[in-house]
Ligand binder design. Structure first.
Ligand code: ATP
Length: 505
């Protein structure tokens, strides 16, 4: 008998099982491309972007050949779960008359193709002088983040400039290399997009997508009561879960989830940033997990905040489960602690609930040691709604998921068995449509930012002014061993679907 043939269309999705042996991870593809294209060769940065000349020079560039060759070999588009075919949606919508500007903006922002193979790594096409500084957006330990405008395209970007001197002084070289690798290999709607990275004699540069909605917790401050209801908290927690799931699938532990590192896209969706603490995860079947022998986190250099997990404090190694712990703290902070701060006086009088009187996060103490000791010993507690008339009590499922995420034993913590699948399956997330998350309207829509006004950012004063033009005139590369940043690659990343960065093949 003739067997009836069935044709099945399979939408490839990131798999949580072991990849096939022929599978080349985006990270190894990135590493091998960069190692074959010796990192010393890509420092001749054009002082301004001239694509015509640049393209000509590509003709004799074996590395460029390799890129095209690889690109044509790897045409399969692998869709990630949270990324429906938005290009089709966009093209269809464009043929309809009278679309409102917000709808158009939303569609435009959705038309990127989110798959690891849709990113093309190219030789660097810009330098410091390709951008003009507009505003200081933020400051970190070793660098600053500026809003910049690309002079040729007029497009706005966020430019992170890191001082090599400071990084050497603070022993942060490995961290910046990890950050570059994660940013360059990630392609997800909830992870900030990297367009260019390069270095000058004194600085390292990351040119990223500008998240005009500003910091998530700054947006929260402008909410009545400075807190979120459970539905809104669930929405942001779900977006964070989707981003963490992606990072874990890519083999990274984020390790630095906290409100300051969640930015808002102009549409209001979240964007994770700041990957300098992230680590490559060691697969489960191997005996050890990321080791940190120091009990006080000095070796891992994880900032001692109240987001820190018990296993990091103990310094006996940690795994992806640290990210689920921080999700628990974030959820608690979104829902509960803002209320506690508002009612702080009442709580301070309440000796039974003294543990909660400090507000902000469930384990915060009056100093670092007290916070650490609470993280290790105290179970999470919730305010009694009868005593807090202005607060709506979190639902039973909400308290349950927080308790499970904040399990002190990382092996028993929610997410430690099957990763994000465990967390997504918890009844707290029953109402979340994971596949359409990026198409839902976020609870907070940031104030529209016209041009470079950066209305959603704090006004910041630059103490010493940093000059992009001056930096571009300096020697770009120090030969040999003098440059400990040799492995920091100068690359431009093209993303399918970003019309003006689309690459012709
Ligand atoms: N892509 C972006 N779009 C808009 N603003 C951004 C962007 N990236 C960073 N910022 C702003 O700059 C601030 C500092 O950024 P980031 O945390 O990445 O710097 P950092 O030097 O790594 O800091 P840290 O020392 O905390 O690691 C952020 O809190 C945010 O306000």
């Amino acid at each position: 008998m003739l067997k009836q043939q069935t044709s099945v269309v399979v939408l490839e999705q990131p798999s949580i099982t072991q990849p096939p042996s022929s599978y080349v991870s985006p990270q190894s593809r990135f590493r091998s491309l960069l190692s074959r294209h010796s990192s010393t060769r890509d420092y001749e940065m054009p002082s301004s972007l001239d694509l015509s000349d640049h393209n000509k020079s590509y003709l004799n560039n074996p590395w460029h050949y390799e890129q095209n060759h690889l690109a044509s070999d790897e045409k399969t588009i692998r869709k990630v779960a949270s990324a429906p075919n938005t290009k089709k949606l966009f093209d269809k919508a464009m043929t309809k008359p009278a679309l409102t500007t917000p709808t158009l903006q939303k569609l435009k922002s959705l038309r990127r193709t989110y798959s690891s193979n849709s990113v093309k790594i190219k030789r660097i096409e810009v330098g410091p002088s390709s951008f003009a500084k507009c505003k200081l957006l933020g400051r970190g330990d070793v660098g600053k983040v500026f809003l910049v405008r690309q002079t040729t395209s007029d497009k706005l970007f966020a430019m992170k400039v890191l001082s090599k001197k400071e990084m050497i002084k603070r022993n942060k070289i490995k961290r910046v290399l990890a950050e570059q690798e994660i940013l360059a290999t990630s392609n997800h709607p909830f992870i900030v997009t990297l367009y260019h990275s390069f270095q000058s004699q004194d600085y390292l540069y990351f040119v990223m997508e500008y998240c005009s909605g500003g910091e998530f917790f700054r947006a929260l401050q402008s909410r009545p009561g400075k807190c979120l209801d459970e539905d809104a908290s669930r929405f942001y927690a779900a977006e964070v879960v989707a981003a963490l799931e992606y990072l874990h699938l890519m083999g990274f532990i984020y390790r630095d989830l906290k409100p300051e590192n969640i930015l808002l896209h102009e549409t209001g969706h979240i964007m994770l940033t700041d990957f300098d603490l992230s680590k490559e995860a060691i697969p489960r079947h191997e005996p050890s997990i990321v080791k940190s022998s120091s009990p006080n986190t000095a070796e891992t250099n994880i900032k001692p905040t109240e987001y820190i997990s018990p296993e990091i404090i103990k310094g006996c190694g940690h795994s992806c489960a640290v990210d689920w712990w921080t999700l628990g703290i974030l959820l608690y902070e979104m829902l509960v602690s803002r209320v506690v701060i508002r009612e702080k006086k009442a709580w301070e009088r309440d000796t039974d609930n003294a543990l909660l009187k400090y507000g902000t996060t469930p384990f915060k103490g009056s100093n670092r040691n007290e916070t650490f000791s609470r993280i290790l010993r105290i179970d999470v507690a919730f305010p009694d709604p009868a005593r807090l008339p202005s607060a709506k009590a979190p639902s039973a499922n909400c308290k349950l998921i927080i308790r499970k995420l904040l399990h002190k034993d990382e092996h028993k913590r929610l997410g430690s068995r099957a990763g994000a699948a465990d967390v997504k399956a918890h009844p707290f997330f029953n109402t979340i449509n994971w596949a359409l998350l990026r198409h839902q309207d976020p609870p907070i829509i940031p104030t529209p930012s016209s041009d470079a006004d950066a209305v959603n950012f704090r006004r910041m004063k630059e103490s010493s002014s940093f000059d992009l033009q001056k930096d571009s005139k300096k020697k770009f590369y120090i030969e040999g061993d003098d440059n400990p940043f040799t492995q920091f690659s100068s690359v431009t990343l093209h993303h399918d679907g970003d019309s003006d960065t689309d690459v012709e093949e």
